[in-house]
Design a protein around this ligand. Structure first.
Ligand code: PEP
Ligand code: MG
Length: 551
């Protein structure tokens, strides 16, 4: 039998099914036998424990995983949820029931909003069950163990569990609920996990049934032949040994270099091993997140040079410190801000404290002149052409050769033609561009549904920058999460993007998708996406408009 859902990425995997055990009994709504202050204390402790566990997982994760888990921590600490829990306990209910019903009712509100908001409901339900399990002292969502890699089948795996899944154990993930833009799917993509979500009926597949999970077609086949299973298994081994990968290009030969986003030497090595053609985003602030003092020019130069050297001569695009908001650097002492995402962050920290920027530029010049590889340098969070010019002037005065800016603020996209007059290149940060276009804090789980770069409003802004890049005949990269979604990557190229930078795990799928379509075909797909009314509409229009399947 074939079950159909929605694939995440393009991978294929085979293995025996193991279903996730549900172990937490549903709390009853009867009156509590404990005093109210005891129940309140129990609820508080349980929420603190859940927040601490999610925080711990966030610290062990990176990129999208860390962001999603941090957003969940904020949901646990949401004062509105606490008010509801406290009110239920005051009415005489147990902490278990109060927590369960409060998170369920918040999830119900999100569900009733529909669309991508509804997809976040699972995050709240997950937190509710996690809290109940903590209160009852029972394990929550036990992931099965097995001697051989298996296909994990669940109702809807939580983001917290997806982030820490052991990839040597789990060959693929299949859920009956969820959607391709829910956090779980985003994390699966970032981790390179083969996944099919929203495949109804899969919970009926008995444990140990051998299945083939094909993300490209979004199917789960529970009756494959032994030959098909063998073919899938050998295919996976071959593609794992695929290096060196061919350069990114469209079917008719337009070169689209596929680059990696990195934050450390280890990331850089992984990127190279996975066939990256260079680094499109070195997040320099990641090197200094734990530093209590501003790192010296020498320390910085050593770190940057090591990373450039690790790339074996390929281009590295370093971004100057993008501190503030979601990436606080202790030595900056930015003080309290009501709206940190709209406050002193990115280049604004360098404008406020010029010595910080000057030191970093000096270190980058030392790396450039060390002769170990090619270095491009760009600044984050540039608001307009004047700010771009200010940065370029400082960078050139320091001695840097290739200088560009990130476009992450809508104002900057709107004046992209003027920006291109003063820079050598541009890279679009779609994570922030989406946050600011949609006016939705990317760290706030309650508005996470707006954080979807497929939204035609975001795509139209990218199209404006693409047109400016074409006119200026200068490079345009995308280094936000959007570049790692194979179908969205097609749209970006169709909008005029000339290179894509992503989490190394996404390189293979983006490369193999891009090479199937010509430049005219991806332009046509971009037109379909831009003409849509919603993010979901754009995604659907592109899926339906593909002249042939992605694999
Ligand atoms: C972005 O905003 O898309 C980006 C690449 O920068 P960061 O995620 O580090 O803010
Ligand atoms: Mg950004």
């Amino acid at each position: 039998m074939k079950y159909t859902g929605m694939g995440v990425g393009l991978g294929v995997a085979a293995g025996p099914v193991k279903r996730m055990a549900h172990t937490v009994p549903e709390p009853t709504g009867g009156p509590s036998t404990l005093p109210k202050d005891v129940e309140i204390e129990r609820a508080k402790r349980a929420l603190d424990a859940v927040a601490a566990e999610l925080e711990h997982r966030a610290q062990r994760s990176e990129g999208a995983a860390a962001e999603v888990l941090s957003a969940q921590v904020m949901m646990v600490q949401d004062p509105d949820v606490w008010d509801e829990i406290e009110a239920s306990i005051e009415e005489g209910k147990s902490a278990e029931w109060a927590a369960h019903s409060s998170f369920e009712s918040m999830a119900g509100i999100l569900k009733s909003l529909g669309g991508t908001q509804a997809e976040r409901a699972v995050d709240l339900i997950d937190i509710g069950w996690r809290t109940v399990a903590t209160l009852m002292g029972v394990p929550y969502g036990v992931i099965p163990v097995s001697d051989e890699p298996f296909v994990l089948v669940a109702d809807d795996l939580s983001p917290a569990d997806t982030a820490v899944l052991d990839l040597t154990q789990v060959a693929a993930l299949v859920t009956s609920g969820g959607s391709p833009t829910a956090h779980t799917a985003i994390l699966a993509r970032a981790r390179g996990l083969v996944a099919v979500v929203s495949a109804s009926g899969v919970l009926d597949i008995p444990d140990d049934t051998i299945v083939i999970v094909d993300a490209a077609t979004g199917t789960v086949d529970s009756e494959p032949s032994a030959e098909q299973v063998e073919q899938v298994k050998s295919q996976r081994t071959e593609s794992a040994d695929d290096a060196p990968a061919s350069p990114g290009r469209t079917s008719d030969g337009t070169a689209i270099p596929l680059l990696a986003n990195v934050g450390s030497v280890a990331d850089a090595k992984e990127a190279l091993a996975k066939g990256a053609e260079g680094v499109g985003l070195l997040r320099t602030e990641f090197l200094f997140l734990g530093a209590s003092e501003q790192p010296s020019v020498e320390t910085q130069a050593t770190e940057y040079t090591e990373i450039v050297a690790a790339l074996g001569g390929q281009k590295v695009t370093a971004r100057t410190l993008d501190a503030g908001a979601d990436k606080p650097l202790p030595f900056l002492n930015l003080g309290h801000e009501e709206n940190p995402a709209l406050g002193v962050r990115g280049i604004r920290t360098g404008i406020k404290d010029e010595s910080l920027l000057k030191n970093q530029l000096e270190a980058l010049v030392q790396t450039q002149n060390a002769g170990v590889g090619e270095l491009w340098v760009m600044a984050p969070m540039i608001a307009d052409a004047a700010e771009a010019e200010w940065f370029v002037k400082h960078a050139r005065a320091a001695g840097l050769n290739k200088v560009g800016v990130m476009i992450e603020v809508p104002s900057c996209a709107l004046v992209a033609e003027d920006v291109y007059k003063v820079v050598d290149f541009v890279s679009i940060g779609t994570n922030d561009l989406t946050q600011y276009t949609m006016a939705a804090d990317r760290q706030n789980g309650a508005v996470a549904g707006y954080q979807d770069a497929w939204h035609p409003a975001v795509l139209r802004l990218i199209g404006m920058v693409g047109a400016a890049a074409t006119k200026a005949k200068k490079p345009l990269s995308v280094c936000g999460e959007a570049a790692s979604d194979p179908l969205l990557a097609l749209v970006l190229v169709g909008l005029g993007v000339t290179s894509l930078s992503m989490t190394p795990n996404a390189l293979r799928d983006v490369r193999s998708t891009l090479v199937r379509y010509s430049i005219d075909e991806v332009r046509e797909l971009a037109n379909l996406a831009v003409a849509a009314g919603t993010a979901a509409g754009a995604r659907e229009a592109v899926r339906a408009g593909l002249p042939r399947p992605p694999r």
